[in-house]
Design a protein around this ligand. Sequence first.
Ligand code: SAM
Length: 227
Amino acid sequence: MSTLYIVATPIGNLGDFSPRAVESLKSVDYIACEDTRTSGNLLKKFGIDKPTFSFHQHNEHNKVDHVINILDAGQTIALISDAGMPGISDPGFLAIRSAKQNGHNVIVIPGPDAATTALVASGLPSDRYIFEGFLPHKKGRQKRLAQLAAENRTVILYESPNRLIKLLTEIEEYFGSNRLAAVARELTKAFEEVNRGTISELKENYEARSSVKGEIVVIIAGTEYKE
Ligand code: SAM
């Protein structure tokens, strides 16, 4: 029996890389990275020098066997993604499931994730929430939006900056223009910005900009929330 470590990495601010995360990465035999080049820069900055291999959404199914073979041989692996918590809109689940099914330990080293950071920063109810990650681009998108519009828990969505206006337009259509929401951009980074207001106010704000850049989380209040 060996151990698979799931290690959270910063979502922007390197000061959020925990000492325990760094120590665990220094202690393992291999580090599985979503992108070996991106993680290589981070690992170098923290003096972590371990063999790496790629583990991303396009090779995840094939690489799970490689992960299990290493664990079966008694060696340890840490899995990291480009940013934040592996397994949250990132690869991780398949390796974790397989490690457990094959009798190995899975230890999660917790740390930053954009979803709960944005939720708390939004000032919208955080006692009950639903994480949807990225909505499907085509098939099933409208149905998902309709379901989420009827949700009475706070909704968390990930979105890319070039699709933000389209998403806010759809949210306005399905949730109504007066629903309270927040857009969290570039969390933990130099240009961090969390805007809160009705959907129509937020849409107006972002439509008035010549461009929207950076990483984005959209938080939407549930049906019953009023201020
Ligand atoms: N595993 C990551 C986590 O724990 O949050 C999420 C990975 S997902 C591929 C990337 C998305 O997360 C981005 O498109 C954005 O929606 C969100 N995200 C990541 N970092 C962010 C940041 N610093 N500020 C705002 N959103 C961020």
